[in-house]
Ligand binder design. Structure first.
Ligand SMILES: Cc1cc2nc3c(=O)[nH]c(=O)nc-3n(C[C@H](O)[C@H](O)[C@H](O)COP(=O)(O)OP(=O)(O)OC[C@H]3O[C@@H](n4cnc5c(N)ncnc54)[C@H](O)[C@@H]3O)c2cc1C
Length: 476
């Protein structure tokens, strides 16, 4: 017996009448295929029976009422830039793409918030905030593609976490549609409350397993002062890592502290057709972004930070003199995954190890020795100031893509256990999806899993919202 209901022609008609023209796709296999996978790779994909593209909360709610009545699975989807198969419709059914709910509804300068729909591209929000003299401080490296709703659902991190924290810190309120179709509003245009259990915080990072977010109230920071980017070049990884905690506790306003290793820089600069300074000699680079109130303070800050890097063993620290210089170094950082994929389209993007800053040196050693043991070539990028490391291994020659999907995840399973043994966790920002599900389940106690199941059940008693993800294997 099927666990879920079938999407019959009658149900499709009912959905079409709610959604209007362009709101539902059921026949075009090519279009459906585009919604069957995310950036974890096609190999982790699964075809939906239909894609719905609502334009407002009422439509989201109506779709959920129909889905709930007929027990049809629904998988929310943002831009599909996730790296662990979170937006993949594992049980088939409906993919709900939030792409048409893409308006910035309001920038409210008095309360320092923006009110946005979930399909707004992260960078569009950053730009709109900047035009009004504010900063939206979320900055995943996918900022030009990912949606704010996806950032909410994965608690996205990125390049400014050292100073501003991850998405959780930027969200003040949300409107969300429950699997039953009921609409709830949590949080608001305020920055603190002790008004009972905090459902907003529970929804952030829940990867579309509890509710569909349809509106967000986000915090805006005051416009930052002057900023500058430094590129520090190191002869070895040990000296580089030694600088990180010293830079962060320098007392200067450090916005970003990002790491790229030699191999990643080599493949990415080949892909982009550019060079970074000192590429022959450098085993690794740090990009450090610093903020200060004025030019004088900024100069003083980067001199202090530059000296720290040099005293730890950097052989050169370049100060970006212009926007073009800054863009050039950040371009390499942002395109690290693309660079590795240009070398090998199967380069595995799901590595997302998170350890305390003090354990970063040991974690990097363990990554390197595991790489040798498993016979893997890899590049490494890291939000190193947060202790968040992304090794990107490439498929060994001759290995089939199917075998590689399993092999690379076994490799990461070993590394996640190492990260946990060093006081960390299996993901700093990419989440669980279904790719990392078996590992997160192993890492939780029976008692904790029971509580988590209870939470899921109270939101989604029919288990129709994004089934088969996070702690909850697919029912068979
Ligand atoms: C090149 C590259 C660089 C990246 N860099 C970073 C980085 O620096 N930091 C980082 O954190 N991530 C990074 N990522 C991963 C990814 O971009 C983030 O996880 C992002 O937040 C996903 O947003 P999305 O809109 O693409 O969501 P999707 O991939 O579409 O969905 C992600 C999850 O959110 C759920 N979801 C989406 N929208 C909603 C909604 N409205 N309501 C409820 N659930 C929803 C989905 O069901 C799914 O579980 C990177 C990815 C790429 C390809």
């Amino acid at each position: 017996m099927d666990v879920y209901g079938r999407l019959t022609k009658d149900i499709e008609k009912e959905l079409a009448s709610v959604l209007g023209s362009g709101g539902i796709i059921t026949e075009d296999r090519d279009v459906l295929e585009n919604y069957s996978w995310d950036q974890a790779g096609r190999i982790w994909g699964h075809m939906p029976d239909a894609v719905v593209r609502p334009e407002n909360t009422e439509q989201v709610s109506s779709v959920m009422k129909i889905a709930s009545l007929n027990r049809i699975p629904v998988t929310p989807r943002g831009a599909g830039s996730g790296l662990n198969g979170g937006a993949v419709p594992l049980a088939g059914g409906i993919v709900m793409s939030l792409e048409r709910m893409n308006s910035i509804l309001e920038i409210d300068p008095v309360n320092r918030v923006a009110v946005v729909e979930p399909g707004v591209v992260t960078n569009d929000l950053c730009r709109a905030a900047a035009e009004k003299g504010f900063l939206y401080a979320g900055y995943p490296m996918s900022t030009e593609t990912s949606f704010i709703g996806g950032n909410f659902a994965t608690n996205a991190g990125g390049g400014k976490v050292v100073r501003y924290g991850s998405t959780r810190r930027h969200i003040l309120g949300a409107e969300a549609v429950l699997p039953s179709g009921e609409v709830i509003n949590v949080g608001g245009r305020f920055r603190k409350d002790t008004w009972g259990y905090n459902l907003l915080q529970l929804l952030i990072g829940s990867e579309g397993t509890l509710a569909i977010v349809t509106k967000l109230i986000v915090n805006l920071e005051p416009k930052p002062g002057k900023t500058v980017n430094l590129l520090a070049c190191y002869p070895d990884i040990e000296t580089l890592v030694d600088s990180v905690s010293k830079v962060i506790s320098s007392g200067k306003k450090i916005i970003s502290c990002e790491f790229m290793d030699k191999k990643l820089v080599q493949y990415t600069t080949e892909y982009l057709g550019c060079r970074l300074p000192e590429q022959e000699r450098s085993e690794g680079y740090l990009i450090i972004q610093i903020e200060a109130d004025n030019e004088e303070q900024l100069e003083e800050s980067y001199e202090v930070v530059g000296k720290i890097c040099m005293s730890c063993g950097a052989f050169e620290v370049f100060v970006a003199e212009s926007r073009t210089d800054s863009a050039a170094m950040w371009n390499v950082r942002q395109n690290g995954l693309e660079g590795m994929r240009a070398k090998d389209p199967y380069a595995c993007s799901s590595g997302d190890l998170m350890v305390p800053l003090s354990s970063v040196p040991e974690m990097l050693k363990r990554i390197s020795s595991a790489g040798s043991k498993w016979g893997l070539e890899m590049g490494i990028i890291a939000h190193i100031g947060d202790g968040n490391i992304h090794p990107i291994p490439i498929k060994p020659e001759g290995m089939s893509p199917e075998r590689w999907a399993v092999y690379s995840e076994e490799f990461f399973e070993e590394l996640i256990k190492e990260a946990i043994s060093l006081g960390g966790v299996g993901s700093g920002e990419h989440g669980v999806g279904h790719v990392k599900q078996h590992i997160i389940i192993q890492s939780k106690s029976a008692a904790e899993l029971e509580v988590l199941k209870g939470i899921k059940h109270s939101f989604d008693p029919k288990n129709i919202l994004n089934p088969g993800k996070m702690f909850f294997p697919l029912e068979t």
